[in-house]
Design a protein around this ligand. Structure first.
Ligand code: SF4
Ligand code: SF4
Length: 449
């Protein structure tokens, strides 16, 4: 490494690591980033397949080469200069990271808390800098928030791609999107284009609903359901809105996942600015898409933003966490009526990583007569854009077939399927042809039953 390592993310939380024998193998270069990789002590919990969610790529391949341990070891070797002059363009490192779906299973289940999803993002961002360009497919998926509002105008193209296999093949060849994969379908109108204005507090129970890019453009009914549920509970619901003339807000997830840190930071700042007046007044920020809302509690703290972020992180809650919290505090005034059905629940990886499945269980158990069953599975395999990529399609579907899809098929067709993640819903739809619901839609159905 000729130039000193300049991290794109803020790794200072790991500065104090490495003061003892347990971390004796810290790479010579890489500073606190190297220390974060050195948390791995080789205990190989990431190579178990009997319980938990870590690590989907090891579960699929049963190979050390696709485990968290190997990724951490390769990263350390790269930072030590063992894989060539520039650590981030080493093919060995690319191979090690290839099947990491950034599920954060390791952050939660590795005994030492190795956060490979975060380490991988830094490595990817460094890789783009080193080669001086970002491929078209990665730029397209990252920039989704910029052109999501155009999706509804090109529905014909999605249809054509679906009906004419040659077009799907051309997409695969020139853009790298798997021909066998369906494309997300945009709604005719975004949720925020008709979201009600609430300037004055109509009650003391105020909340702000974070409508992410996916709920806004692709699943506005989920945002609508959440609005109706919160209003039924007597909450005044505010929305974070962009500055005048600016496009819709986004958390920056698509940029972050594609290693475009500056763009993720810019999106995050827009959102922080829009949410701050509400957070300052002590309002909870409620989110629907786990990977978007939980960015506020996790990735934002690594983006070198400002002192408002830790305060915002404390205010950010998933809808299920908020409702569970209100119920525990005896402040939930929503009348839920019986739904006589069995519901199979698939948890999003980030819900699992942040312990939100307990809240899912608690909230769904409030619905009378609803039989709740959690699917024991690891990552669904879609993982954002991972499963859309031509070279990952087979691995993505195989991950889903390890446990998730067989359990849904075995349960029959008269049960409900609940999945709060947009990627998980897409994978289930592609895999078994059934459209899962979001928790907000179940609660609305219970209120209206
Ligand atoms: S990543 Fe965690 S679980 Fe896997 S070998 Fe390293 S310390 Fe053990
Ligand atoms: S983020 Fe998920 S896929 Fe990647 S190393 Fe961790 S557990 Fe494995």
């Amino acid at each position: 490494m000729k130039k000193p390592f300049e991290p794109k993310l803020d790794w200072s939380a790991y500065d104090s690591y490495g003061e003892g024998d347990a971390y004796a193998q810290i790479p010579a270069k890489g500073g606190a980033y190297g220390k974060a990789a050195s948390l791995c002590i080789g205990s190989r919990t990431c190579q178990r397949t009997d319980a938990g969610v870590m690590c989907p790529s090891f579960r699929l391949t049963n190979k050390d080469a696709h485990s968290t341990r190997h990724r951490a070891a390769t990263l350390k070797a790269a930072l030590n200069g063992e894989l060539g002059e520039h650590p981030f363009i080493s093919p060995d490192l690319a191979d090690a990271m290839e099947l990491c779906v950034a599920c954060k299973g390791c952050k939660r289940e590795c005994p030492n808390g190795v956060d490979m999803a975060m380490l991988r993002t830094e490595a990817l961002a460094q890789h783009w800098t080193a080669i001086g360009k970002i491929p078209l497919r990665e730029r397209l998926t990252a920039h989704l928030p910029r052109f999501a509002h155009h999706f509804k105008h090109i529905k014909w193209l999605s249809r054509l791609r679906q009906e004419v296999p040659l077009i799907a093949k051309l997409f695969e060849k020139y853009i790298g999107i798997a021909a066998k994969r369906s494309l997300p379908k945009a709604a005719p109108n975004s949720f925020m284009s008709s979201a009600p204005s609430t300037h004055i507090a109509e009650s003391a129970r105020e909340v702000v609903l974070l409508v992410d890019t996916f709920s806004n453009h692709f699943d506005p009914d989920i945002a609508q359901a959440a609005l109706e549920v919160l209003q039924a509970g007597g909450y005044t619901v505010h929305f974070a809105r962009p500055a005048k003339g600016e496009r819709a807000l986004c958390c920056g997830r698509t940029y972050f996942s594609n290693g475009m840190i500056n763009e993720a930071r810019a999106e995050a700042m827009r959102l922080v600015n829009a949410l701050w007046p509400f957070v300052q007044r002590g309002l909870p920020v409620i989110g629907l898409e786990p990977s978007c809302l939980l960015m506020l509690r996790d990735e934002y703290l690594m983006l070198n933003l400002d002192e408002r972020v830790p305060v915002l992180a404390k205010a950010a809650l998933l809808l299920e966490e908020f409702i569970a919290r209100e119920h525990t505090a005896n402040q939930l005034y929503i009348e839920l009526k019986p739904i006589t059905a069995k519901a199979l629940i698939h948890g999003h990886c980030h819900q699992k990583a942040f312990g939100a499945m307990k809240s899912m269980h608690k909230v769904l158990s409030l619905v009378p007569d609803l039989q709740v069953e959690f699917i024991e599975s690891s990552c669904c395999g879609m993982a954002g854009a991972f499963g859309m990529k031509a070279e990952h399609y087979e691995a993505s579907m195989q991950m889903a077939e390890l446990a998730l899809l067989p359990q849904i098929r075995a349960a029959g067709t008269d049960n409900l399927i609940i999945a709060n993640g947009t990627s998980c819903r897409h994978q289930i739809l592609d895999g078994v042809g059934r459209q899962p619901l979001h928790l907000a839609q179940i609660l609305r159905a219970s209120i209206n039953a």
